[in-house]
Design a protein around this ligand. Structure first.
Ligand code: SAM
Ligand code: SF4
Length: 334
C-alpha cells in the first residue's frame, strides 16, 4: 500500500486536473490571442504517457480526475484515453472522471464519454447570444455548442455551465443565463477573469467584473442561501430559493480559497503545477520517458507535492494586475 500524497500544509492531494492538449478550436479573447502559437506535437505527452502518469496519481490516492486543455475533445483519439481511465472507475480507485469542454465536439462524443464512465461534465459558455458568442470565442458557433449540450444531456451526462463574468459583456445576461440553467436543470458557476498569459491587446482590468457585485445583483431578484459544501476547490455555492438551483462562484481574486486546496495540475507537456496562481512547477516528463518502471516517476511526483505552496498571489486591489503568471490557462488547463 502506497503512502498517500500529502503536501507540507497537510492537504491530502485527491484531485488531479490534466491538460491533454494546448490546442483549441476556439480563440476566446480572455484566453488566447488569435494567432496563438502552439507547442510542437513531440513535446506533448502521448496518450500512453498520459495513462501512465494519471494511473500513478490514482495509485497515490487521487480520486478525482478532470480532463481539460486547450480543448480536450479536439485531441486525436482522446476517447481511447477516456476509456483507459474508465478502468480506474471500475476498480473503485477513482471516484470521478470528468471533463471541462467548450462543447463544440459533444455531439460527436457525448455517448462515448458516458460509456467510459463520465457522469458529469463542465461546459464553458459565456453568453446565449449568437453574435456575442462569436465575438468572445472568435471561432465558436453557439448553435453547435447548444446541440452539444443537448447531446450530453440525452446521453445521461449531468452538465454544469461555467461562465466567465466579463464586465460590459455578459452583465446584462445574468438573469437570462440563470433562468436558462434553472429551466434545463443545469448548475451554473461564474468565474472571475484571471490574469494568465499574454492575450494580445485585450484589457484584463477592463474585463474584470467582481463576483461580489454579481452576487449582489442576483440577490436583488432571488433569496440566496450560502451552502457550506466545498469541493476543496475555489468554488463557493449558493442556493436560489425561488428556483432551487445552485450557483457557484470562483473568486480567486476577491477571496482567497487556497487553505483547502487539494488539487494539482498537469500540463500537456507533463509539467506539474501545484498551484494555478504560481509559476513554480516541476517536470514529470523526464522521469516518465527516462524509465519504463514507475519508481522514478512516483518519486518525482512526491518531490513536486513537497513544494506545493500555501497559496497564490493574484491581486487586483492596487488597480494594476499584480501576481500575473506568464503561462496561458490553456497550457495548464483551466
Ligand atoms: N477549452 C475548454 C473550455 O473552454 O472549457 C477547457 C479549457 S479552458 C482553459 C477552461 C476554463 O478556463 C474555461 O471555463 C474558460 O472560460 C476558463 N478561462 C480561460 N482563460 C481564463 C482566464 N484568463 N480567466 C478566467 N477563466 C479563464
Ligand atoms: Fe479554447 Fe477553452 Fe481557451 Fe476558449 S477558454 S480558447 S475554448 S481553451
Amino acid at each position: 500500500m502506497q503512502l498517500p500524497l500529502v503536501d507540507p500544509f497537510e492537504r491530502a492531494i485527491r484531485y488531479l486536473r490534466v491538460s491533454v492538449t494546448d490546442r483549441c478550436d476556439f480563440r476566446c479573447v480572455y484566453c488566447m490571442s488569435e494567432d496563438m502559437t502552439f507547442l510542437p506535437k513531440k513535446d506533448l505527452l502521448t496518450l500512453e504517457e498520459l495513462d501512465r502518469l494519471c494511473s500513478a496519481f490514482v495509485r497515490l490516492g487521487v480520486q478525482k480526475l478532470r480532463i481539460t486543455g486547450g480543448e480536450p475533445l479536439v485531441r486525436r483519439d482522446i476517447m481511447t484515453f477516456f476509456r483507459a481511465m474508465g478502468r480506474h472507475l471500475e476498480t473503485g480507485a477513482l471516484n470521478e472522471l470528468t471533463v471541462t469542454t467548450n462543447g463544440s465536439q459533444l455531439q460527436r462524443f457525448a455517448t462515448d464519454l458516458a460509456q467510459a464512465g463520465v457522469r458529469r461534465i463542465n461546459v464553458s459558455l459565456d453568453t446565449l447570444d449568437d453574435a456575442k458568442f462569436t465575438a468572445i470565442t472568435r471561432w465558436g458557433r453557439l448553435p453547435q455548442v447548444l446541440r452539444g449540450i443537448e447531446a450530453a444531456r440525452a446521453a445521461g451526462l449531468r452538465v454544469k455551465i461555467n461562465t466567465v463574468a466579463l464586465k460590459g459583456f455578459n452583465e446584462d445576461e445574468l438573469f437570462s443565463l440563470a433562468d436558462w440553467c434553472a429551466r434545463e436543470d443545469m448548475d451554473l458557476t461564474f468565474i472571475e477573469v484571471m490574469p494568465m498569459g499574454d492575450i494580445g491587446n485585450e484589457d484584463r482590468l477592463g474585463q474584470y467584473w467582481s463576483l461580489e457585485d454579481l452576487r449582489s445583483r442576483l440577490a436583488e431578484r432571488f433569496s440566496l442561501t450560502d451552502l457550506g459544501e466545498s469541493s476543496g476547490g475555489p468554488a463557493r455555492y449558493v442556493r436560489l430559493a425561488e428556483t432551487g438551483q445552485k450557483i457557484g462562484f470562483i473568486t480567486p481574486l476577491s477571496h482567497n480559497f487556497c487553505e483547502s486546496c487539494n488539487r494539482v495540475r498537469i500540463t500537456c507537456t507533463g509539467e506539474i503545477y501545484t498551484c494555478l496562481g504560481q509559476d513554480g512547477h516541476s517536470d514529470l516528463r523526464a522521469p516518465l520517458r527516462g524509465s519504463d518502471a514507475d519508481a522514478d516517476l512516483e518519486a518525482a511526483i512526491r518531490r513536486a507535492i513537497a513544494l506545493k505552496p500555501r497559496g497564490h498571489d493574484f491581486d487586483y486591489s492596487r488597480q494594476q494586475v499584480d501576481g500575473k503568471v506568464a503561462r496561458h490557462m490553456s497550457h495548464t488547463g483551466g
